[in-house]
Design a protein around this ligand. Structure first.
Ligand code: FAD
Ligand code: NAI
Length: 478
C-alpha cells in the first residue's frame, strides 16, 4: 500500500440522500468515514446532495412553491377580496431563488460533514482493487488520490431514462435537469410520461403560462395510485387546464427550428402529431453505475443495471453495500436515507431496519397526492377482506376557510381486526397529513385508534380522523 493512501473504516461513493446520510450515521457510530461525490456547481466546486438536492426534490419543490404563488395571485386571491393590478412574472428571479435554495442545501451538507468529521472528497470514485481485507477506491477529479476502505457503501443514484429516438439535448428535449431551468416560459410544452415528474413539472410550467400537454403510454391515469384518489386528482388537473392523453404510443420525434414534433398513435389507434416548443421526457429513471468500475472487483448488476442487493443492502461482495436509487425498490429520497442509516448501523453490528410497507409517497401537485400502504385495487387482487372509509375536504371547516376543498382522505382497514392497511389522500397539505398515517401503521394501529385521538380544530387533520370514523360508518361532520 502506498504511503499517500488514506485508510477509512467506511468509504461512501455518492453524496445524495442515501450516501450523505449513511456517511453521517457511520461517523456518529464512531467510524472513520470518507464520502466521495463528483457533482459540480456552476463554478466547478462541490455540490453534495445528489439528484435530490441539485436537480430533483429540492429545486422542483422551490419551483412548485413559486409557481403556486403566481397561480394563487393571478386566479384565487380575488376570492379573498384581494385585487392585484399589473401582476408580472420575473422568471430569472424565480429561477435564481430556486438556485439559491439548492446552494443553501449543498452548503448545509458540507457543514454537516465537517460537524460529524466525515472526510469529503470531490471527484469520481471507482473501484481499483480488493486489497488487505478491504477495497482500494480511486478518486479522480479535484481530490485525486486512492483511498482504502474496509467497508464500501455505493450510493451512486440514478439518471433520467431517455427515449431511444430522442436523446436529451437539454435545449429542446429535456430531462428533469433541463426542465428545472427553462429560461423563458414556453408557449407550448409537451411532456412524455404522466408520472410523478410529468405531473409536478407540467404543473409548474402550466401555472407560469405554458400550454401543457402530457402524453402517457398507459391507459389508466396514475395506475399505481388508489384509483378513487387518482380519478379525483385527474379531474382537478384537467379543470386546471393540463391536457393529459392516456394510452398513447409514441412514434417519431423530430426537432425543427421552431421546436419539436412528436408523432404518436392515440388510444383509438389514430395517428396524431403534437407540435411543441420544448419536450420534457419523464418516463422513469435508470440506476447509475457509470464510471464506478465495479467490474474490477466483480460487483454484480441485474438486467436493469441496478446493483444486486439482499434485504439488508448487502451486495455479492463482502463488506460492499449499496443503497438508494442504484438498487431495487422505490426511487425516493427518504427510502435512500433510511437504507443509508440501516447500512451504517449494520456495519456497526446493530439491527438496522427499513419497513418497505410504510414508505410514504407524495406527489406535490395541487391538489397534493399522498399515500402509504396498500391501494383498494391491491387489496381486491389479493383477496383480503377490508373496510373503506372516506371523508371529503368539502366537509372540513379548515379546508373551507383556506378556500381549498378539493379531494378527500381515504382509509382502508382489515375487515376483522380493523388494522389500517392503507391511507390515501388527495387534497390540501396531503404531504404533511400522511405522516400521521405512517406513524399509525408503524405501530399497527386500527382505524378506531385514529378515530379516538383528539385532533385540533379547525385543522385539515380532522379530515384524517373523520375518514377513520368513516371506516365504521360513523362520521360526525358528513
Ligand atoms: P442521488 O441523489 O442520485 O445521488 C447520487 C450521487 O452520487 C450524485 O451526487 C452523483 O453525482 C454521485 N455519483 C454517482 N456516481 C459517482 C461516482 N462514481 N463517484 C462519485 N460520485 C458519484 N424523491 C422524493 O422522495 N421526494 C421528492 O419530492 C422527489 N422529487 C424528485 C424530483 C425530481 C425532478 C427527480 C428527478 C427526483 C425526485 N425524487 C424525489 C427522487 C430522489 O431525487 C431520489 O430518489 C434520490 O435522490 C436518490 O438518492 P440517492 O442517494 O440514491 O442518489
Ligand atoms: P414515473 O415512473 O413516476 O412515471 C413515468 C411515466 O411514464 C409512467 O406513467 C409510465 O407509464 C410512462 N411511460 C413510460 N414509458 C413511456 C413511453 N414510452 N411513452 C409514454 N409514456 C411512458 O417516472 P418519472 O416521473 O420519470 O419519475 C422518476 C422517479 O423519480 C419517480 O418514479 C419517483 O420515484 C421519483 N420522483 C419522486 C417524486 C416525489 O416523490 N414527489 C417527484 C419526482 C420524481
Amino acid at each position: 500500500m502506498s504511503e499517500q493512501q488514506q485508510q477509512f473504516d467506511v468509504v461512501v461513493i455518492g453524496a445524495g440522500p442515501g450516501g450523505y446520510i449513511a456517511a453521517i450515521r457511520a461517523a456518529q457510530l464512531g467510524f472513520k468515514v470518507a464520502c466521495i461525490d463528483e457533482w459540480k456547481n456552476d463554478k466547478g466546486g462541490p455540490a453534495p446532495g445528489g439528484t435530490c438536492t441539485n436537480v430533483g426534490c429540492i429545486p422542483s419543490k422551490a419551483l412548485l412553491q413559486s409557481s403556486e404563488h403566481f397561480e394563487q395571485a393571478g386566479h384565487h386571491f380575488a376570492d379573498h377580496g384581494i385585487g392585484i393590478e399589473g401582476l408580472s412574472l420575473d422568471l430569472p428571479k424565480l429561477l435564481g431563488r430556486k438556485d439559491g435554495v439548492v446552494k443553501q442545501n449543498n452548503e448545509g451538507i458540507l457543514y454537516l460533514f465537517k460537524k460529524n468529521k466525515v472526510s469529503f472528497f470531490h471527484g469520481r470514485g471507482s473501484f481499483a482493487a480488493a486489497a488487505d481485507g478491504g477495497y482500494q477506491i480511486k478518486v479522480a477529479g479535484a481530490s485525486e488520490q486512492t483511498l482504502s476502505g474496509k467497508h464500501i457503501v455505493v450510493s451512486t443514484g440514478s439518471n433520467a431514462r431517455a427515449l431511444p429516438n430522442a436523446p436529451f439535448d437539454e435545449e429542446t428535449i429535456l430531462s428533469n435537469d433541463g426542465a428545472l431551468r427553462i429560461g423563458e416560459v414556453p408557449q407550448r410544452l409537451a411532456l412524455i410520461g404522466a408520472g410523478v415528474i410529468g405531473l409536478e413539472m407540467g404543473s409548474v410550467w402550466r401555472r407560469l403560462g405554458a400550454d401543457v400537454t402530457i402524453l402517457e403510454g398507459l391507459p389508466e391515469f396514475l395506475g399505481a395510485v388508489d384509483q378513487q384518489i387518482a380519478k379525483e386528482a385527474h379531474k382537478a388537473f384537467l379543470k386546471q387546464g393540463l391536457k393529459i392523453e392516456l394510452g398513447v404510443k409514441i412514434g417519431d420525434i423530430a426537432k425543427g427550428e421552431a421546436g419539436v414534433t412528436i408523432a404518436y398513435t392515440d388510444a383509438k389507434g389514430e395517428s396524431r402529431t403534437l407540435e411543441a416548443d420544448k419536450l420534457i421526457v419523464s418516463i422513469g429513471r435508470v440506476p447509475n453505475t457509470i464510471g464506478l468500475n465495479g467490474e474490477a472487483v466483480g460487483l454484480q448488476l441485474d438486467e436493469r443495471g441496478a446493483i444486486v442487493v439482499d434485504a439488508d443492502c448487502k451486495t455479492n461482495l463482502p463488506n460492499v453495500w449499496a443503497v438508494g436509487d442504484v438498487v431495487r425498490g422505490p426511487m425516493l429520497a427518504h427510502k435512500a436515507e433510511e437504507e443509508g442509516v440501516a447500512v451504517a448501523e449494520r456495519i456497526a453490528g446493530q439491527h438496522g431496519h427499513v419497513n418497505f410497507a410504510t414508505i410514504p409517497w407524495v406527489i406535490y401537485t395541487n391538489p397534493e397526492i399522498s399515500w402509504v400502504g396498500q391501494t383498494e385495487q391491491q387489496l381486491k387482487a389479493s383477496g383480503r377482506a377490508y373496510k373503506a372509509g372516506t371523508f371529503p375536504f368539502l366537509a372540513n371547516g379548515r379546508a373551507r376557510a383556506l378556500g381549498d376543498t378539493t379531494g378527500m382522505v381515504k382509509f382502508l382497514a382489515d375487515a376483522t381486526t380493523d388494522e389500517i392497511l392503507g391511507v390515501h389522500i388527495v387534497g390540501p397539505q396531503a404531504s404533511e397529513l400522511i405522516a400521521e398515517a405512517v406513524v399509525a401503521m408503524e405501530f399497527k394501529a386500527s382505524a378506531e385508534d385514529i378515530a379516538r385521538i383528539c385532533h385540533a380544530h379547525p385543522s385539515l387533520s380532522e379530515a384524517v380522523k373523520e375518514a377513520a370514523l368513516a371506516v365504521d360508518k360513523r362520521t360526525l361532520n358528513f
